[in-house]
Design a protein around this ligand. Structure first.
Ligand code: SF4
Ligand code: SF4
Ligand code: SF4
Length: 257
């Protein structure tokens, strides 16, 4: 049986060195400019907080166990692999950006300057993971704040860390249950809601509530009319996406993930 992989990010151990972002950019052949937010050229970014100057939070795709992005993608461009990574097939993507709207963590980014529509996000170093290797960012982390491993073992370890130093951590592993669980797990010494984490998300998967039927459309569309369908879709979605992005800006959610 394939073991589900995950990463445990212990916020109390992170020193903000940004080695994770640097390693990610090398691994994914992205520009080496340091970035403070997720972008088409930054699949992970460190968020800082005025109130907690020593706290750094890595933002990235959470690799949901039951990803909404994959559920709503009309052409099946996003899929959850048995090992854990939620991966993306650029050749299938029609640029509708429905994944952006549906992601509960506001992760996927879109390159507005490109004529070829596509989205960008962490793929949990799927090629490495398939070979039984750890992710580039976890390998680069000098403190162990980002640890790669089997999801069940990382959960056990997280509980052990909390038990060993009860005053150090808030009593929660973020990602254990959110939207049905994610492959990225966090431990923190500061209440998660004060670090921009959504703590009111349901514990059952969101896809059950979304437009599941869209998953069935893709093959017909992909063979015959991707281009026309894409234009139709984009035209119809443009206003919604714009509204959504304006709303995100207003809410400051763009800073979250
Ligand atoms: S965090 Fe968003 S983009 Fe990542 S797997 Fe979950 S729904 Fe998809
Ligand atoms: S898992 Fe891989 S793709 Fe994702 S942030 Fe880490 S290095 Fe980047
Ligand atoms: S490499 Fe590790 S310690 Fe450095 S910023 Fe990333 S998670 Fe934090």
């Amino acid at each position: 049986m394939i073991q589900k992989k995950a990463m445990l990010i212990d916020i109390t151990m992170c020193i903000g060195c940004n080695a994770c972002q640097k390693a990610c950019k090398v691994q994914n052949h992205l520009s080496d400019v340091e970035e403070k937010k997720l972008s088409p050229t930054a699949y992970t970014a460190l968020e800082t907080f005025d109130k907690y100057p020593d706290v750094f939070v890595r933002r990235m795709c959470q690799h949901c166990e039951d990803p909404t992005c994959a559920s709503v993608c009309p052409v099946g461009a996003l899929t959850k692999t048995p090992e854990g990574p939620v991966v993306y097939a650029v050749d299938k993507c029609i640029g509708c950006r429905y994944c952006m709207q549906s992601c509960p963590f506001q992760v996927p980014r879109y390159d507005w300057t490109s004529i070829n529509p596509r989205i960008y996000k962490c793929i949990l170093c799927t090629d490495l993971v398939k070979q039984g290797l750890p992710t580039a960012c976890s390998e680069a982390c000098p403190t162990g704040a980002t640890k790669f491993g089997n999801r069940d073992e990382l959960l056990t370890e997280a509980y052990e860390r909390m038990k060993a130093e009860p005053g150090k951590y808030v009593d929660k592993i973020y990602g254990q249950k959110e939207v049905g669980g994610t492959s990225i797990l966090y431990l923190s010494g500061v209440p998660f809601e004060q670090l921009g984490f959504k703590t009111t998300l349901q514990t059952t998967p969101l896809p059950a509530l979304t437009w599941n039927v869209l998953e069935k459309i893709p093959n017909v569309v992909a063979i015959g009319g991707t281009f026309l369908y894409g234009i139709w879709w984009i035209t119809n979605r443009r206003d919604e996406v714009k509204q959504y992005e304006e709303q995100m800006k207003k809410n400051g959610q763009d800073h979250d993930h």
